[in-house]
Write a protein that binds this ligand. Structure first.
Ligand SMILES: [Cu+2]
Length: 138
């Protein structure tokens, strides 16, 4: 079980670094944004990004329970929240990481268009409890 989780994280990390934009030169061109995961909130709760910018979010879980981070627009968040209630394994999806207490994980994402993108934690009750980061892309 634990071994599987580690394997999934490795796979996700690999995916995260390879699915950047087509114009990406490498992992060093991404701006790093540190995000703290607390019980139960992200900090900061909003981040600004430019259209076409690639950000590498580094999530550090300083809380006492597992948190996750799924990045997508509002519709994707709503869909994801529904899937999690249905018992689907969100860790098989791209753009998501699960972080155990005391651990860190990163997620790299290129913001292709202007608007608002959300990073949500979909552990039971967390997203509905307001555990999200709003990324304003302009
Ligand atoms: Cu959470």
């Amino acid at each position: 079980m634990r071994r599987l989780a580690v394997l999934l994280l490795v796979v996700l990390a690999a995916c995260g670094s390879s699915d950047g934009g087509s114009t990406a030169a490498g992992p060093t061109d991404a701006r790093t944004v540190d995000v703290e995961m607390r019980d139960i909130a992200f900090s900061p709760t909003s981040v600004d990004a430019r259209v076409g910018e690639k950000l590498r979010f580094v999530f550090k879980n300083t809380g006492g329970v597992t948190h996750d981070a799924f990045i997508g627009d509002q519709a994707a968040q709503d869909e994801h929240e529904k899937d999690m209630r249905g018992g689907h394994d969100h860790m098989k999806m791209a753009n998501a990481v699960s972080v155990k207490p005391g651990k860190s994980a990163s997620l790299t994402y290129t913001f292709a268009k202007a608007g608002q993108v959300v990073i949500g934690c979909h552990e039971p009750g967390h997203y509905t409890g307001g555990m999200k980061v709003l990324v304003n892309v302009a």
